[in-house]
Write a protein that binds this ligand. Structure first.
Ligand code: SAM
Length: 283
């Protein structure tokens, strides 16, 4: 296939994805072509040597058709890059978002040597595994209500070399947890139940409901975590939570009612307040 044919294949696919409503049609088409054909980014740039077999072309067509139906690229590929590492994603896990890198940035300076981390609602394990990988002397526990999600977190932990430092526990929030931790983190479901219908089809039809809905007002998981966290927080420890747009005041009120002190607010790259930090006043 001459290079101009590869370029026109990409241009046609991008146009289809743009018409279907993708915000990033050119990038989507390129990533799907690379995956369908087993090309690297360099292969595409060097175009002249690239050819598509009928099998590769059929695979690319099926990927583009799925993306036209609003299936996210990460779900078609079965993996998502998060903080520079590849995480397996399945229909049982939330697709980790770039916004969640905000909690990583807020947590890293708070993780001292030998710190014990607790990640509540771990999904793919994106938060716990990233922090353990970035801080090789730390250990962690991660919980989730979904055994299928925990199985994926286990696979990711093995693939990323932190499985020997991460304990995975099935259960609701803090229920299965024993012991004390230096940092407790959570990106819980925070969408109000009534708002689910307003989400884009990429999210509504592909992220698991268990990972999205946080009760009637979206705040139920924060109430549970705030009421139980102190019993598992070591002296001088921190609690960090990801939050949805416009939830900072309500969630700060929930944590302060439970004896916590606000210790930081962090914005994502879009400028939204995305992460709150809390600690406990020393007695
Ligand atoms: C928004 S997702 C976050 C996943 C992952 N931490 C991330 O940031 O990509 C919320 C996670 O909480 C889990 N979850 C929902 N209800 C839970 C509960 N009662 N106890 C523990 N985990 C729960 C979901 O299964 C899902 O994996």
């Amino acid at each position: 296939m001459p290079p101009d044919q590869l370029a026109s294949l990409l241009a046609a696919a991008s146009a289809r994805l743009k018409a279907a409503g993708s915000d990033t049609p050119v990038l989507d088409a390129r990533l799907l072509l690379q995956a369908a054909a087993g090309f690297s980014r360099e292969d595409l740039i060097m175009g002249p040597d690239c050819t598509l077999s009928p099998g590769q072309a059929a695979r690319f067509e099926s990927f583009i058709a799925r993306r036209e139906e609003h299936e996210p690229v990460s779900r078609i590929l079965g993996e998502r890059e998060f903080y520079g590492r590849a995480f397996k994603v399945t229909p049982d896990t939330l697709d980790p978002r770039p916004d969640t890198e905000t909690i990583i940035e807020a947590a890293l300076p708070r993780i001292g040597k030998g710190a014990r981390l607790l990640d509540l609602g771990t999904g793919t394990g994106a938060i716990a595994i990233t922090l353990l990988a970035e801080r090789p002397e730390s250990t962690g526990v991660a919980t989730d209500l979904s055994p299928a999600a925990l199985a994926v977190a286990g696979e990711n932990a093995r693939a990323l070399g932190v499985a020997d430092r991460l304990t995975l526990l099935e259960g609701s929030w803090l229920e299965p947890v024993t012991g004390a931790f230096d940092i407790i983190l959570s990106n819980p479901p925070y969408i109000p139940a009534g708002d689910i219908a307003t989400l884009s089809p990429d999210v509504r039809n592909h992220d698991p409901g268990l990972a999205l809905v946080g009760g009637t007002d979206g705040l139920d998981p924060y109430r549970i975590i705030a009421s139980g966290a102190a019993a598992h927080l070591a002296a001088g420890g921190h609690v960090l939570v990801e939050i949805g747009a416009g939830q900072a005041e309500d969630i700060t009120a929930i944590f302060t009612q439970h004896g916590f002190r606000a210790a930081g607010r962090y914005r994502d790259l879009g400028g939204h307040e995305r992460c709150l930090a809390f600690n406990r006043p020393e007695k």
